[in-house]
Write a protein that binds this ligand. Structure first.
Ligand SMILES: [Zn+2]
Length: 579
């Protein structure tokens, strides 16, 4: 696990202040001005009439349709599927700011590690040119010189100290080679991990060599050997070939995920430059996020056998939570005993792509698989089908795609969507209107909630508010209010909703605040500070009133201690003064 690295808050404040949210969003979707706000069609859900609004003064966006909300950083992250760090880098570069030193996590500097790995890759490449056998093997597999060079293929001679003799003259490098998985230390002897193998450098998306895969030339086992997990190489995050895809393609429209690196290389050799492979693991959520940051269309290719189908189902369940509207995921199954490498070599590029065109969309594969598991021939089977489907669908993000899947399932098993979503509910109950809580927008907001809303909209009023009287109060909402006030006291430079939200670390609280800010994006007002202070006083008064009422009730029952009596006296005086 990587330690969470933190960008200094000052830097983020500055970044949000310099990057106008309207400018960034209007470069990506078309926005129309109305007053101080801008409106357009939401990029996060499909819609016919615009319900997406952006406020320049608040530096905040909100969608009344899907409730997407946030500041410029959230927008870029969601829109481009970027990581937080990638987003910050993008916004910083736009203003020529250099990235700050990260705090929090360990200060990691891998420059020397990368340089060393790159040098080793080069040494392996030189060996390939000198060794006839491995070169013959690659040529026999049909690889062109261009492909061999593009993937920087090399050869590790069958020696115990090829890498060590060349790169471990300095004892600190010896340690480094062990840490990077290139050398093994066992019972006081140290030797190279990779010997007598064709070497496939594993290159991260920035083009840095972070690990190797090695394949034997003969029948020895293991046939393939990968670097272990190292500070540079986290197997479950990396995709072999992604750098190649990014280098080859200006605008990536689709990515194909295959199982082995020879598959990626064989496909590229035939002109299919959009394939990547996991490195001996099933697809992980990390992989998927990385892929969806590149493009919206992902193809998974599996063997046609049972193992292939099992792996495909696993990929599907990993993918579901990431299936936003606009994401397209397909599953392709090759004929039995074929892999992409053998298939493309035998049938060529066009046949392979034709086969890919016949892939199953995620929804079809999902339904087919569920029907196989629970043939809907009996009521019992239908019920278990519905139950299994619901557990998976629940994990999907809200959107049209999810609704369509529910609808299609509902039609097929003849159970209403509502019952699918809520299997405990009895059918008779679910058809009757049930008493409901009033939706939040209709309930009269508590004074504390209103104050929080005002602070969200007008962060600068914080300096004019006095909440000292709330210091010992732990009523729900007050700790949150105090938290906001503390942030604004510490960073008086915060001028917009968007900037304030960037200071909230707790994701649940951040989400609540974003929704609150969004619902009221159109509110205007000059007397926000006075209103907020009046609300604080109103809250304090009602609190006194409640305490007095409680004490009077106890007095009527003859339970009042002398201490409580004087408190009651004191409160009544206080109340009179305030009125
Ligand atoms: Zn939306």
């Amino acid at each position: 696990m990587t330690v969470k690295q933190k960008i200094p808050q000052d830097f983020l404040d500055d970044l949000i202040a310099r990057n106008d949210i309207v400018e960034w969003i209007s470069e990506r979707i078309s926005l129309k001005r109305s007053g101080s706000n801008w409106h357009g069609k939401c990029p996060f859900h499909q819609e016919k009439s615009p319900s997406f609004s952006v406020s320049q003064t608040k530096q905040f966006y909100y969608c009344f349709g899907c409730k997407a909300a946030g500041n410029i950083i959230q927008f870029i992250m969601e829109y481009h599927h970027y990581t937080f760090l990638e987003t910050v880098e993008l916004l910083a570069n736009a203003h020529g700011l250099s990235m700050p030193t990260l705090t929090g996590g360990k200060q990691e500097n891998h420059q020397e590690d990368w340089a060393l790995m790159q040098a080793i890759a080069k040494a392996y490449q030189q060996q390939l040119n000198k060794a006839p056998k491995p070169m013959e093997y690659l040529i026999a597999r049909g690889l062109s010189n261009t492909t061999i060079k593009a993937f920087q293929l090399g050869f590790a001679p069958d020696e115990w100290r090829f890498v060590l003799n060349r790169f471990a003259k300095d004892p600190s490098n010896m340690k480094r080679l062990i840490t990077l998985g290139m050398a093994i230390e066992k019972k006081n002897s140290i030797y190279d991990r990779f010997r007598g193998r064709i070497m496939f450098p594993i290159i991260n998306h920035k083009g840095q060599v972070i690990a190797f895969g090695g394949r034997v030339l003969n029948q020895e086992t293991p046939k393939y050997l990968n670097s272990p997990e190292t500070p540079l190489f986290h197997k479950s995050d990396e995709l072999f070939g992604l750098y190649h895809v990014r280098k080859q393609t200006q605008k990536i429209s689709k990515i194909l995920v295959v199982e082995g690196y020879m598959d990626v290389i064989a496909l590229a050799n035939h002109g299919i430059h959009y394939a990547v492979a996991t490195l001996g693991t099933a697809i992980t959520p990390g992989h998927l996020k990385k892929l969806l940051r590149q493009c919206d269309t992902i193809y998974f290719c599996f063997d046609g056998d049972l193992a292939g189908h099992t792996a495909a189902w696993k990929a599907l369940t990993t993918a579901l939570p990431h299936c936003h509207d606009g994401t397209h995921i397909f599953f392709s199954f090759l004929p039995e005993k074929e892999d992409p490498d053998s298939f493309v070599n035998q049938h060529g590029k066009d046949s392979f792509e034709e086969h890919l065109d016949k892939s199953l969309p995620l929804s079809t594969f999902f339904m087919e698989k569920l029907y196989q598991n629970h043939p809907p021939t009996s009521l019992d089977n239908k019920a278990s089908l519905a139950k299994e489907a619901a557990t998976y669908l629940k994990q999907m993000p809200e959107g049209i795609f999810k609704s369509l899947l529910y609808k299609s399932l509902s039609e097929n098993v003849n159970i209403s969507v509502e019952e699918l979503k809520n299997p405990q509910a009895q059918p008779t109950q679910s058809r009757q209107p049930r008493p409901r809580m009033r939706p939040a927008s209709q309930t009269k907001s508590s004074p504390i909630r209103q104050i929080i809303t005002l602070l969200l909209h007008y962060p600068s009023i914080a300096s004019k508010l006095n909440i000292d009287a709330l210091s010992n109060d732990t009523t729900p909402g007050i700790p949150q209010l105090k938290h906001l006030m503390q942030i604004l006291e510490k960073s008086p430079k915060i001028k917009s909703t968007g900037a304030l939200l960037q200071h909230i670390e707790d994701p649940t609280f951040k989400k609540q605040l974003s929704q609150l800010a969004g619902q009221l994006i159109f509110t205007q007002g000059d007397e926000a500070a006075a209103l907020a202070q009046a609300l604080i006083n109103q809250y304090l008064q009602s609190k006194i009133k409640h305490t007095i009422q409680g004490l009077i009730r106890r007095a009527e029952q003859g339970l009042l201690s002398s201490e409580e009596k004087s408190k009651l006296q004191q409160l009544i005086t206080q109340q009179k003064k305030q009125n």
